[in-house]
Design a protein around this ligand. Structure first.
Ligand code: BGC
Length: 347
């Protein structure tokens, strides 16, 4: 029996059952063999553990899966596609019941999905969508919304000013980076078209690395001067690199910088005033949900999805969590109240 996924969406306050049991011809052998009461093994393949958030994702995922009686085999690929493919193959050889993958490269990892499915193992795409493949479930945040909120924050702050903006996108191989940009574009394009906003420089930060974001800001200043109003950095890592470049120019705190992830270093920068905002994504909640969903999938229970996202091959049943804007005024009511950071660590 394939994973059974129910799609339930909420519209105008009414829960509407619009999906039904997903049925396919090929039966996933491992899930079929997994006895509903037996020990479940989950293969977790991560792109990287360098950023703070992924360590949290991993820790919470393992904690919750263990609590539910499952065993987790974890691999991290250090931003290397070939290494991640080897990781996935080794998890398949270990006969895991479910694969949970955060792809470094959303397109390249379609091969990993094919390998998993050929071995009868259901695949969950975690946080980042794996494209053009028969992924069973996507668990993430509303990533378009993340981009919209980042851009809207700047638009609200810059109101009335004819602003000069630098844009730092994430890694081109990460589908999320494309979604963040799409959300940002949706908000910014009307202002750009009206001539109220000028994007003076833009580039993609390879592998989301802070040092690459720093180089982008250095290049922007060299090419276009120091007269900038804002830097739309797509996450906290790239915001950190951008702020380092601004610090060297004596401009930190004078130019609005956005972010995402509510990393401790970023929330400290917001507290100090060198970063304007970040997006809090409750990753502990997401990871726990992914773990319990993976276990349920292995036990052949019905999974409830609340949306569907097209990956080029199909509409992938999806579970998408909400996100929250964090700025200097609401740190305590957001990340601290949620137990994500402790107030005493913020200074
Ligand atoms: C995630 C972000 C993260 C970035 C870099 C994205 O796919 O959604 O939370 O900052 O990757 O790791």
């Amino acid at each position: 029996m394939n994973p059974r996924i129910l799609l339930v969406t909420v519209s105008l306050g009414l829960s509407l059952l619009i999906g039904l049991v997903v049925s396919r011809r090929n039966v996933p052998v491992a899930a079929e063999n997994a006895k509903p009461g037996g020990k479940i093994r989950i293969g977790l393949s991560l792109d990287t553990l360098k950023e703070e958030r992924w360590q949290r994702d991993r820790d919470r995922f393992v904690e919750e899966a263990t609590r539910l009686g499952a065993e987790v085999l974890t691999q991290s690929a250090n931003s290397d596609d070939a290494a991640q493919m080897r990781d996935v193959e080794s998890l398949i050889s270990s006969r895991v019941d479910v694969l949970v993958i955060v792809p470094h490269n959303g397109e390249a990892m379609a091969k990993g999905v094919r390998a998993g499915k050929a071995a009868g193992i259901p695949v969950i795409s975690y946080d980042r969508l794996i494209r053009d493949s028969d992924v069973d479930l996507y668990i993430s945040f509303d990533n378009i919304r993340v981009g919209e909120l980042q851009a809207q924050y700047l638009v609200d702050q810059l109101r009335g000013r004819k602003a000069r903006l630098v844009r730092i996108y994430g890694s081109k191989t990460d589908n999320n980076a494309v979604l963040f940009k799409a959300g940002q574009d949706r908000v910014l394009q009307p202002l750009i078209d009206r001539g109220d906003l000028e994007v003076v420089f833009e580039d993609w930060a390879l592998d989301w690395k802070p040092e690459n974001a720093k180089k982008i800001v250095n290049a922007a200043i060299t090419a276009k001067g120091r007269n900038l109003d804002a830097i739309l950095a797509s996450n906290d890592g790239t915001a950190g690199g951008a702020i380092q470049a601004l610090t060297e120019e004596g401009l930190a705190g004078k130019i609005l910088v956005t972010g995402q992830d509510a990393e401790l270093a970023a929330v400290q920068r917001i507290h100090r005033g060198t970063q304007a905002m970040t997006i809090y994504k409750p990753v502990s909640r997401l990871a726990a949900r992914a773990a319990s969903t993976a276990v349920a999938m292995a036990r052949r229970q019905v999974i409830i999805a609340n949306g569907a996202v097209n990956n080029g091959f199909k509409d992938v049943p999806s579970i998408l969590e909400e996100v929250v804007v964090v700025n200097r005024t609401n740190i305590l009511e957001t990340v601290v109240r949620d137990g994500f950071h402790r107030a005493e660590d913020l200074k």
